[in-house]
Design a binder for this molecule. Structure first.
Ligand code: NDP
Length: 288
């Protein structure tokens, strides 16, 4: 076993640095337009994790001098009602960005609602136009916040990616899929393997990773035998253990001593996601 302590990929610190750099853009926009940047958030239902994440996003926006408004619909609200609200926001020039908090009641409902957002206001980057731009390496689109934050964090620590093997566990629209596109782009040039619940021999694949990124939503999915020595491990998972404490998808105490670098949970990917959301809101303002 490697006796050298792993380096912690400190998302809290790197996110703080990104937000400090962003502050002048927020102030410049406010000065130029005579109003604050503004984004609108929407949720269906009272999923406790969604309530928590929306509060954190609004709190960070307020701290940055960005205005936010929130709409909440009860579970069972017909898609058309939600779509109407989004349509109003799409047409409101004082709203720069729109975000719909996932998950929505069903995959079909989610697709319908994400597709209703104007691509130019889609600060989460889940609209097919923005996903398509990511796939086509067109930089004018919005890149989803968690993948963008993970890349920023790895860059901040000079983790080599070009020609290196990155294994991602998870293929969701929100994390794994866009992350795979981003890392295999010509700007990054990683060799990417994306795994999911039907992947065979998961441990054999993960042991070939130079960088292992885990976004499965399964506490302790990644155990020490799944990671080769000196791997860089990024844990996206946000789970609750039996005591209600936040934990990731990686068995941190066992896995960390084998790693070159590892993200903590909390304090790793989470703060990066919120910082990248603030960046995307300012990107949405830039065209004005
Ligand atoms: P989803 O449930 O949408 O996707 C999970 C993915 O992991 C799916 O592709 C699924 O496979 C795969 N998976 C699940 N179990 C296994 C397994 N045992 N072996 C291999 N693959 C598996 O989740 P999200 O992508 O939305 O989120 C993943 C985690 O990341 C959650 O804990 C979430 O809370 C967290 N998260 C954290 C963020 C942050 O900022 N830190 C932001 C967003 C999410 P299949 O497709 O076959 O079902």
């Amino acid at each position: 076993m490697n006796l050298v302590s792993p380096q912690i990929l400190d998302g809290q610190r790197i996110a703080g640095e990104s937000l400090t750099k962003l502050q002048s853009s927020v102030e410049a926009f406010t000065e130029r337009m005579g109003r604050k940047p503004k984004f609108a958030l929407l949720r269906v239902g009272e999923n406790p994790a969604s309530v928590f994440y929306m509060r954190r996003k609004c709190a960070m926006a307020e701290k940055m001098g960005i205005e936010s408004i929130v709409a909440v619909f009860p579970v069972g609200t017909p898609q058309e009602f939600v779509e109407e609200e989004i349509s109003n926001w799409n047409g409101d020039p004082s709203i720069d960005g729109i975000l719909v908090q996932a998950p929505l009641p069903s995959a079909e409902y989610q697709r319908f609602i994400f597709n209703a957002i104007h691509p130019g206001k889609d600060v989460d980057g889940f609209h097919p136009v923005n996903m398509g731009k990511l796939a086509c390496e067109d930089p004018s689109g919005f890149v989803p916040c968690t993948p963008k934050g993970i890349l920023r964090l790895l860059r901040a620590y000079d983790i080599p990616l070009e020609g290196h093997h990155v294994v991602i566990i998870g293929r969701s629209l929100i994390v794994g899929r866009p992350l795979g596109l981003l890392l295999q782009s010509r700007a990054v040039n990683a060799t990417v393997t994306v795994c999911h619940s039907q992947s065979r021999n998961l441990a054999e694949i993960t042991r070939t990773a130079d960088v292992l990124i885990v976004a499965a939503g399964q506490a302790k999915l990644v155990t020490v035998d799944m990671v080769k020595e000196r791997t860089v491990v990024v844990d996206v998972g946000q789970n609750r253990d039996k005591n209600g404490s936040l934990c990731g998808d990686v068995d941190f105490p066992a896995v960390a001593p084998r790693c070159a670098y590892i993200t903590p949970v909390p304090g790793g990917v989470g703060p990066m996601t919120i910082a990248m959301l603030m960046e995307n809101v300012i990107q949405a303002c830039a065209v004005k």
